[in-house]
Design a protein around this ligand. Structure first.
Ligand code: RIB
Length: 314
C-alpha cells in the first residue's frame, strides 16, 4: 500500500464573471468583474489533496494552447506532480462560470483536452505507490472504469465524486469504494425526490439506495447543512459551519481532496471490512472545515486552503 493520492480528472481554465444574480434563460445582465482562475474538478481535487498534506499525482490532459501552459505552471507551483499530465493537440478545457452575489454559481464546461484523459497515461508504479485513487465525471466514463479497475488490482481505495451527474455512468458507481455525492447527484442516482430541506433520515435512505455493495461508503455533502456518511451499520453526521459564502466554486472539490488525503490514514483492513473508522470521521470533519474556508475566497483551485490555515477543530 502506497501513501500517495492519485487523481484522474479534468483541468480547466475557469473564466469567471461576477454579476448580481445568475441570468435566467434569455436574460442579459451587466457583470462587475471578469477573472481567470485555474480549475477543473480533477485539478481542484489534486490541489486539495496536496494542500491537505498528501503527495499527489494528477493524470489528465492539457491542450497545446496558452491556457495549457498556465495551468501546468499553476499545478507545478501547487506541488501537484504533473508528470502524468499529457499535452495534446487542440484546446485545453474551459469552464464559463457566473458567480452571483449570493456566492452561488452556474457553470458550462467545454471539455477540450479533458476528453482524452486516460488511465493508461499512468504506469504500474503510479498505482503501486498510491493509497487512494479519485475520479469525477469530467473525463470519459471508460477512462474512469479502467482507472478504478487498475486501482483495485493494486489495492488502492477508489473514491468517485459523481460530479457533474451524468446520464450513463457505466460501472463507475459500482467500482467505487467511496462515493461522494451532493444532493442533486444523490437524487439523480437514487431516484429520490430531494429538496434543500429534506430530512436527514430521507437523505440516509436515499444514500442506502445508491450503495451497490455492503462495503461501500456513501458520503452526501449538504452544503451549509454539513455532511452525512453512510456505511454498513454506521451513519456519521458532521454539522455544517455557518460562514459567509463569497464563491462556492470548487468547495465540493476541496472536500473530496481533503477527504482522500485523510483516508490514506484509514486503509481498508481487508475485503468486507471497509467500515467507517475513527480516521474516516476525522477526515470528514477536516474536509468539511476546509470546504467552509474555500467558499470564503473567490476562484476554484486558488481558494483551497492549506492544512496549516485550518482553524483548530472546535
Ligand atoms: O467544481 C468546480 C469546477 O467545475 C470548476 O473549477 C470548473 O472548472 C468546473 O469543472
Amino acid at each position: 500500500m502506497g501513501t500517495d493520492v492519485l487523481v484522474l480528472g479534468s483541468i480547466n481554465m475557469d473564466i469567471v464573471a461576477r454579476a448580481a444574480t445568475i441570468p435566467s434563460p434569455g436574460e442579459t445582465l451587466a457583470g462587475s468583474t471578469l477573472e481567470y482562475f485555474p480549475g477543473g474538478k480533477g485539478a481542484n481535487q489534486a490541489v486539495a489533496a496536496r494542500r491537505a498534506g498528501a503527495p499527489t499525482r494528477l493524470i489528465g490532459c492539457l491542450g497545446e494552447d496558452g491556457f495549457g501552459a498556465q495551468l501546468r505552471g499553476f499545478l507545478d507551483g501547487a506541488e501537484v506532480d504533473t508528470a502524468l499530465v499529457r499535452d495534446v493537440q487542440g484546446p485545453s478545457g474551459v469552464a464559463l462560470i457566473v458567480v452571483a452575489d449570493s456566492g452561488e454559481n452556474s457553470i458550462v464546461v467545454v471539455p477540450g483536452a479533458n476528453a482524452l484523459a486516460a488511465a493508461d497515461q499512468a504506469n504500474a508504479d503510479a498505482f503501486a505507490s498510491a493509497a487512494v485513487g479519485i475520479a469525477q465525471f469530467e473525463v470519459p466514463v471508460a477512462s474512469i472504469e479502467a482507472f478504478f479497475a487498475r486501482c483495485q488490482q493494486a489495492g488502492v481505495l477508489t473514491v468517485l465524486n459523481t460530479a457533474p451527474a451524468i446520464d450513463e455512468p457505466g460501472d463507475c458507481l459500482d467500482l467505487a469504494d467511496v462515493l461522494v455525492l451532493n444532493e442533486t447527484e444523490l437524487a439523480k442516482y437514487s431516484g429520490a425526490v430531494l429538496h434543500d430541506d429534506t430530512a436527514k433520515a430521507e437523505i440516509v435512505a436515499a444514500a442506502r439506495d445508491v450503495r451497490s455493495a455492503p462495503t461501500q461508503i456513501v458520503i452526501v455533502t449538504l452544503g451549509a447543512r454539513g455532511v452525512v456518511a453512510v456505511a454498513a451499520d454506521t451513519v456519521t453526521e458532521v454539522a455544517g459551519r455557518a460562514v459567509e459564502a463569497v464563491d462556492t466554486t470548487g468547495a465540493g472539490d476541496c472536500f473530496v481532496g481533503y477527504l482522500a488525503a485523510g483516508l490514506r490514514a484509514a486503509p481498508p483492513a481487508g475485503p468486507g471490512e471497509r467500515a467507517l473508522t475513527e480516521a474516516l470521521t476525522a477526515a470528514l470533519r477536516q474536509a468539511n472545515l476546509a470546504a467552509s474556508l474555500c467558499v470564503q475566497s473567490p476562484g476554484a483551485a486558488p481558494s483551497i486552503p492549506s492544512v496549516a490555515d485550518l482553524p483548530a477543530a472546535p
